[in-house]
Design a protein around this ligand. Structure first.
Ligand SMILES: [Zn+2]
Length: 354
């Protein structure tokens, strides 16, 4: 994910411009009727995630879990029964996970063991199980191969070869396929006593669930629209979508049909209104990046050689894989558009203006 230059233009933050929702980890704050926000810290550069609790104790639905860390487990144990109006049920009735990323479904298996009903996308939950079950060596080799074929330096490739299955580190054993009730785009579900329309965002994850409450224009946006960072849009190993940037921009276009006064509840950052302005800014960001990538490809360039164009800062190990995925996403978009052609130089995929 990257900072956008004109951040916050046209946005308002009804609960203040806090880092995430609320002021402290695990303390629930009301953000709309029957919706509480709960923030959890994360052990990587993106330092927190917002989860949501819909409904009242006795009939609560949790949206996303945070990563599987001792701190997150403890915060849920300590705070969940009191998260809405006073004490009540010992656990939520159901958990809905938006997508397979560790910060969103890290504790799905843990909640399942406590008898919580599970709701999610079939594509996302199947993918989580697939990824979690890959042997450490196979996982590392796959990344090393992906890095090598896209021109990353030898030192980065040998470093990634030492990695284990990094997905597994922050995710409790995922529940079996049969444990899930699957939600589909367009259906309406009653969660915690209110109706929500299921929307799907693509490009950041293959089939990420969002929820829209029409009665008062509330969007639980997962990672599709964030107030201050642009969601990572990546070509990733093992994910079938070869043109995720097109999928992402298509999903933004669909959200443009929601009312302008929609209250957006993002998974990272503070709740905001100004959906249309944010969608426009995200579109603009990618248009600019595409133009810069195309310019840089007057000479053949590998995805790695574009890091300097796309990311003007140091990248840590996790950010390197995001950066490669994001660089490829822009290259594939331009290739599919007929603007770039793919050539191979010494086993490295490169792209040049068509
Ligand atoms: Zn995500």
């Amino acid at each position: 994910m990257s900072e956008s230059s004109d951040r916050y233009a046209g946005l308002t933050f009804p609960f203040g411009l806090s880092r995430g929702v609320g002021e402290a980890d695990g303390k629930a704050v009301k953000v709309a009727e029957s919706i509480m926000g709960v923030r959890h810290s994360l052990p990587f550069a993106l330092d927190h995630v917002n989860c949501w609790v819909l409904g009242e104790p006795g009939n609560q639905v949790l949206i996303d879990t945070g990563a599987d860390t001792p701190n997150t487990r403890k915060l849920w144990q300590d705070n969940l029964p009191h998260s809405c109006s006073g004490s009540g049920a010992p656990r939520p009735a159901a958990l809905l996970v938006t997508h397979f990323h560790p910060d969103h479904m890290g504790l799905a298996g843990w909640f399942a063991e406590q008898g919580v009903t599970l709701l999610g996308s079939a594509i996302e939950t199947d993918f989580s199980r697939l990824l979690w079950n890959i042997e450490d060596q196979t996982y590392a080799d796959f990344y090393a191969q992906w890095y090598a074929s896209n021109g990353l330096p030898e030192a980065t490739i040998s470093a990634v070869r030492q990695n284990a299955n990094t997905y597994k580190k922050l995710v409790h054993q995922p529940p079996e396929a049969s444990s899930w009730s699957h939600l589909k785009e367009g259906e309406t579900v009653n969660l915690g006593g209110h109706d929500y329309q299921v929307l799907v965002g693509r490009g950041h994850a293959p089939d990420m669930l969002m929820l829209y409450r029409e009665s008062d224009h509330v969007l639980i946006a997962a990672d599709q629209v964030l107030p201050s960072i642009t969601p990572n849009v990546s070509v990733m190993p093992r994910i079938q979508d070869a043109n995720p940037l097109l999928s992402f921009l298509d999903s933004l276009a669909k959200l443009r049909q929601l009312p302008e006064d929609t209250l957006v509840l993002p998974s990272h950052g503070a709740p905001f209104t100004g959906l249309w302005a944010r969608l426009d800014a995200l579109n603009h960001h990618h248009e600019q990046r595409l133009a810069e990538v195309l310019d840089a490809c007057n000479e053949p360039r590998s995805a790695y050689e574009l890091f300097g164009v796309l990311f003007r800062r140091e990248l840590d190990a996790q950010q390197t894989s995001f950066a490669l995925g994001e660089s490829l996403a822009h290259l594939h978009y331009l290739e599919a558009n007929g603007d770039l052609s793919r050539i191979e130089r010494n086993g490295v995929a490169s792209f040049v203006r068509a």
